[in-house]
Write a protein that binds this ligand. Structure first.
Ligand code: NA7
Length: 546
């Protein structure tokens, strides 16, 4: 093991691993997991690829990056002191505020002393004889640990498009995920953005404010809805603070841990006028209400989904001056809410500006990137800056990029070739002592709410094992198969499962990611927690502990 500050001295036998637990990633999940493991008295090291804490909020510093979750539902809930000390500035915080928040948390709880930055994990191999993991960093440094905990996020493996000539471009270019820390000036610049997902929508809206000229290359338009962000006054923050117990309780009760609860009514049990009024109200309110707080059948019933999609299409037509441009911005191959809904702050209006034009690459496909710009079937464009908002190899991508080897050297990437197999999204059979915070097959949603629960459950399991001197924690094959079958069954009948998106594991830029797979649990967080609680209450007998 390398000599590093903060590495505890070995006190027992020569075979004791360097650490009791290694956590991969110092983002929202990793920071909290470290905090919890320290409470158990474990010797922990966190390996973080970046130079600072924050994960998603460290890397994604692209223009316009901000929450679509209400800030006051996104912060950690575990510390009353923290809740009392931290004032959110905006209802939907921008990236700099969130990065500041996570740094504040790291400092407040003195987390940095166990975090090793600029340490990207390249491989992790299980050793049966010592019941431990060998962890190998990209630069060759090696460590051993009893427990290996992944906190590597669901959207952390960014992907560039497989367009010929990407590397030949002579101007500035960047994927949004790897945005530089130094400010980038767009004034008088000819800028291209490729990609119109949630990231592209935020980036495009911001860049359009100052760019000399902006060209948006769109493959699939999105059903965007207004964010309605606003500043939080001191008085408002005090009210929010007083309401924190109810806020967090409500988030526990909703499907996706958001503040927005599904409306129990069906689209068809109200009159068309009531329906329209309800949707107008949702459209005028902040956040994901229109997606998460809508009628209960809009994401399962084709007719209901068509009606809400038509409502959103009308809104797009109202907001865009040129009808031909409006038609290009209206999705045709998927219904509202079946892909992740981007929340926007004036996105559609930017297409009314004279410095912005939209290229539908279904009509004129991108042929190649050239040294000076982008060539499509119809034209050659010159640019100073190309921004790739082309997304992620989601959910399993970050796992695929680490060479995880379990019992008998089995590769996790190969095991998951046809889709992930997990127990509760936390454990994998054949991979003892590997625990995943927010792994594949966990529910998605308001991330920190779910991540806190996941890290707490992992902590409870570790505590249970340590109290009994158990040093080998593994899912059974029956358990993993059972959960995987349940996850697949829970997505049946949901319209999102019929649509290509990162939520169904599609990434056309990654080999082997062209077939839809069920990547996450769609049964809702309350049901997920109930299942997890039952496993714990039964003394984890569904696991193989030794
Ligand atoms: P997304 O939602 O996966 O969006 C990626 C976008 O990039 C999407 O519009 C893609 O079109 C487009 N794309 C990807 N590859 C290409 C190529 N080769 N050519 C043209 N266009 C391409 O990623 P985001 O970063 O926006 O959002 C990810 C999540 O992060 C988001 O949901 C939030 O939860 C935070 P496509 O739709 O595939 O046709």
């Amino acid at each position: 093991m390398d000599e590093l500050p903060g590495v505890p001295e070995r006190t027992s036998t020569e075979t004791a691993p360097d650490f009791d637990a290694v956590v991969i990633g110092a983002g929202v999940s990793g920071l909290y997991q470290l905090y919890r493991l320290r409470e158990l008295g474990l010797r922990v090291r966190v390996f973080e690829a970046g130079t600072g804490v924050g994960g998603t909020w460290y890397w994604n510093r692209y223009p316009g990056a901000r929450f679509d979750s209400e800030s006051w539902t996104y912060g950690y809930s575990f510390s009353q002191e923290l809740l009392e000390e931290w004032d959110w500035e905006e209802h939907f915080a921008a990236q700099p505020e969130t990065e500041r928040y996570l740094n504040y948390v790291a400092d407040k709880f003195d987390l940095r002393r166990d975090i090793q930055f600029e340490s990207r994990v390249a491989a992790a191999h299980y050793q049966e004889d010592t019941r431990s993991w060998n962890v190998i960093l990209e630069d060759g440094r090696r460590y051993t640990t009893g427990l290996l905990i992944t906190a590597i996020g669901v959207l952390s493996a960014a992907t560039m498009p497989t367009i010929p000539g990407v590397e030949t471009f002579q101007g500035q270019s960047c994927h949004t995920h790897y945005w530089p820390k130094e400010p980038v000036c767009f004034e008088d610049k000819r800028v291209a953005v490729i990609g119109t997902g949630a990231t592209g929508v935020q980036t495009i809206t911001e860049v359009a404010k100052t760019a000399g000229h902006l060209t948006v290359f769109q493959r699939t338009p999105q059903w965007c809805a207004p964010l309605h962000n606003a500043k939080i006054s001191k008085e408002e923050m005090n009210r929010i603070r007083a309401d924190y117990p109810e806020i967090f309780e409500r988030c526990q009760e909703t499907f996706g841990c958001f503040i927005h609860a599904t409306d129990p009514r069906s689209t068809f049990e109200v009159t068309p006028e009531e329906r329209e009024a309800f949707w107008e109200k949702l459209y005028s309110e902040p956040g994901f209400g229109i997606w998460m707080g809508n009628f209960r059948d809009i994401l399962v019933d084709r007719e209901a989904n068509k009606l809400i999609s038509d409502f959103l299409a009308r809104k797009i037509r109202q907001r865009i001056k040129d009808p031909a441009v409006a038609e290009k911005l209206i999705p045709k191959n998927h219904g509202f809410g079946t892909r992740r809904v981007p929340l926007e702050s004036g996105y559609f209006e930017i297409y009314n500006q004279s410095n912005v034009n939209l290229v539908d690459i279904n009509e004129t496909p991108i042929e190649c990137i050239t040294p000076s710009g982008i060539k499509t079937g119809g034209a050659e464009y010159e640019f100073d800056i190309i921004i790739y908002a082309t997304g992620f190899d989601a959910i399993t991508g970050a796992f695929d990029r680490i060479d995880f080897r379990g019992v008998d050297g089995v590769s996790l990437k190969e095991k998951w070739q046809d889709g992930p197999q997990t127990f509760l999204g936390i454990l994998v059979d054949g991979f003892p002592n590997l625990l995943m915070v927010m792994g594949p097959h966990a529910g998605l949603g308001n991330f920190p709410r779910a991540a806190e629960y996941s890290a707490d459950w992992v902590t409870g399991l570790i505590r249970f094992a340590r109290e009994r001197g158990l040093t080998r924690i593994e899912a059974t094959t029956a358990g993993a198969n059972g959960w995987t079958d349940h996850v697949i069954a829970a997505s049946e009948g949901l319209l999102f499962a019929e649509v290509d998106s990162w939520m169904t594991g599609i990434n056309r830029n990654v080999e082997g990611k062209q077939v839809r797979r069920i990547m996450r649990y769609s049964g809702g967080h309350p049901a997920f927690r109930e299942r997890c609680e039952a496993v714990a209450a039964d003394g984890y007998r569904e696991l193989a502990l030794a």
